[in-house]
Design a protein around this ligand. Structure first.
Ligand SMILES: [Zn+2]
Length: 332
């Protein structure tokens, strides 16, 4: 689908995932095309990508620049494959994302041990810990590992010779997440930072930094004064009304905050206890019936809220005698 002359949206399926597809964007350049995000590495995703390129008269070898909004498998997975087939293609990503590649996709056992230890501290029962610690491992098979040719920090203008794209650092969903802004058509390529319906998952993680939700809300409000005619997200569909959507997401987090403060009540709780009492949008399933991956991301999301509340002076963190962490309301 042509978004505007020289800018195309390619829907790449991501099988076995509730998001259904990833939106890769292709932007015309003087000496080849720039691609934002790729889809993950499965035969089906790659063959659809090739077919869609063909429909607009291109092939993988026409891609000379790949920019990854963040290194989650659905965005980054096919980058290695494209680079194998199009050797002149340069891969660009934010410094924070590049730093995580080895621990996520090469020497990953160390990271899953650290995640298990972190989950333990936050009250995850021991029988669930190892399962939950390695719950994102299946995603590894969806990635062909490759490393960036150029590192981004935010603020760069990447020019294709036809379009200029400004790199905007938007940490939160991932510490090195970036959005891209195209000023001629006022387009914002928003990655997973802002989606039209789904609220992106903001998880506390051993690599997230100490206040990922604070980072996220900061980078959400950073975009408020940008003149944007259309938002081009990495999932779901293109939409208009950026500020309205920013407002809705902010409200969602405010409501969550209220819900959490009610759950904590007067006694200290750990994140596992809090998470199990919150409402989650998994229809027809109780907390006990959640698959490990969902329990894990629910706990990590809860911790990100707790740390946000802690830095905001609403709760305090208690380190118990056994080393586990609880949170308690600060009475004002
Ligand atoms: Zn995604």
């Amino acid at each position: 689908m042509e978004v505007s002359p020289g800018i195309f949206l390619l829907e790449v399926p991501i099988p076995n995932n509730s998001l259904g597809h990833l939106n890769a964007y292709l932007i015309e350049g003087k000496d080849g095309w720039l691609m934002i995000d790729t889809g993950w590495f499965t035969a089906e995703s790659f063959s659809v990508l090739q077919t869609k390129l063909k429909e607009i008269g291109l092939s993988v070898t026409d891609v000379v620049t790949i920019i990854i909004t963040h290194v989650h498998p659905d965005h980054f997975g096919l980058a290695g494959k494209i680079k194998q087939l199009s050797p002149r293609a340069e891969l660009l990503m934010h410094s924070w994302e590049s730093d995580m590649l080895e621990s996520r996709y090469v020497k990953f056992s160390d990271l899953s041990d650290k995640i298990s230890a972190m989950l333990h501290k936050h009250g995850v029962p021991s029988q669930d810990r190892n399962v939950l610690g390695s719950a994102s491992m299946p995603a590894l098979e969806y990635v062909t590992i490759t490393f960036p040719d150029r590192i981004l920090y935010g603020g760069e203008i990447i020019s294709t010779g036809i379009f200029d794209l400004e790199i905007i650092w938007t940490p939160g969903h991932s510490p090195g997440h970036i959005c891209l802004y195209e000023p001629q058509n006022k387009l914002l390529f928003s990655g997973d930072h802002i989606l039209p319906h789904i609220t992106p998952n903001i998880s506390y993680h051993v690599q997230s930094g100490d206040n990922p939700l604070g980072d996220y809300l900061y980078s959400l409000h950073k975009l408020e004064n940008l003149s944007v005619s259309q938002v081009l997200p990495a999932h779901e569909q293109i939409f208009i009304g950026l500020n309205e959507r920013i407002k809705q997401i902010t409200e969602h987090h405010d409501n969550r905050k209220t819900e959490i403060l009610n759950v904590i009540g007067t006694k200290p709780h750990n994140a596992w206890e809090i998470a199990s009492q919150l409402t989650w949008s998994v229809p027809g399933r109780t907390w006990e019936q959640f698959p490990p991956y969902q329990q894990r991301s629910a706990v990590m999301e809860t911790i990100s809220h707790m740390e946000y509340l802690r830095w905001g002076g609403k709760v305090q963190r208690i380190i118990n005698n056994d080393g586990t962490i609880s949170y308690q309301l600060i009475r004002t």
